[in-house]
Ligand binder design. Structure first.
Ligand SMILES: [Zn+2]
Length: 288
């Protein structure tokens, strides 16, 4: 019954023409949109409309969240699921959007059992029960360029984490189970090797050292790189690229180069990254 209702609802959403205003805005503001090959574009247009329709959107902090802004977010999220189905986000029920980096109360306990409560600055987070929180200004800045840093990809990748996905498919066929086991082992080996490099103070080309925080961060950081700088990641981290290529069923390194556009300001990038790191470290600590 649910399936029938949903198919009907989806058909109704897709029967409407894709808004020209959204297309213009995506062309202008979302580098990833321009990077996706033409033959995948109409599929992405469909997916992002379903993604918007099937989530609860909650503007916070006085933000005026317009449908075109939802499209900017959804277009990037749906690049992650293009190789499979937008159903990969079924469990993501709500998207909260703040105008800017937001402050959230954070309570955590250190090793000595001392409980600290403080207001924490964040630009995004993903809760495992299906809520994603994003700061509009930060995500819009990330969206403009393909530099391996993308807040929407990062937080949405947390929602379709490879390890979670592999662990949560007990009904798959023996072949699939074997493939998932192989993915899992390869992924954890690559994570260990990456941590060894980071711990030794060496820079790993194509990957932000923040990925060494834990396996989930490694997956998110790698996903940002995979879609935004696929060719670079394939050159420097071929085994990781190949794994993600299989997992996402996509090959961004083979996408034709997108039309160039003026560089966005890179001044606050490093600072944004630093704050995100600090905030997520605390979130991770709280999660235990
Ligand atoms: Zn993260």
């Amino acid at each position: 019954m649910f399936g029938w209702w949903r198919r009907r609802r989806r058909a109704r959403v897709l029967a409407e023409p894709f808004p020209a205003e959204w297309r213009a805005r995506l062309e202008l503001e979302v580098a990833l949109w321009r990077a996706v090959p033409d033959e995948l574009r109409s599929r992405l247009e469909d997916d992002l409309r379903l993604f918007i329709a099937e989530r609860s959107w909650e503007p916070c902090g006085g933000l005026q969240l317009t449908p075109a802004m939802q499209a900017v977010i959804a277009a990037q999220a749906c690049v992650l699921s293009l190789g499979h189905s937008v159903d990969a986000f079924d469990h993501v029920r709500s998207i909260l959007v703040y105008p800017d980096r937001y402050r959230a109360p954070d309570v955590y306990e250190d090793e000595a059992g001392i409980v600290t409560e403080e207001l924490d600055e964040r630009d995004g987070e993903a809760w495992h029960w299906g809520t994603v929180v994003l700061a509009w200004r930060e995500l819009a800045a990330d969206a403009r360029t393909l530099n391996g840093r993308n807040l929407v990809l990062h937080e949405m990748a947390h929602q379709i984490d490879l390890l979670d996905a592999v662990a949560s498919s007990p009904f798959s066929s023996p072949d699939e189970r074997a493939r998932h086991r192989r993915w899992r082992e390869t992924f954890l080996d690559l994570y260990e090797a990456f941590c060894t490099e980071v711990d030794a103070g060496r820079r790993v080309k194509g990957l932000d050292s923040y990925g060494a925080e834990d396996e989930a961060e490694f997956f998110s950081v790698a996903s940002e790189s995979f879609f935004e700088r696929g060719a670079f990641l394939r050159t420097h981290q071929p085994a990781l690229y190949e794994l993600l290529q299989e997992y996402f069923n996509q090959d961004p390194a083979a996408w034709p180069p997108p039309p160039s556009r003026p560089e966005a300001e890179a001044v606050s990038g490093r600072e944004r990254r630093r704050l995100r790191r600090a905030a997520e470290r605390r979130t991770a600590k709280r999660r235990g």
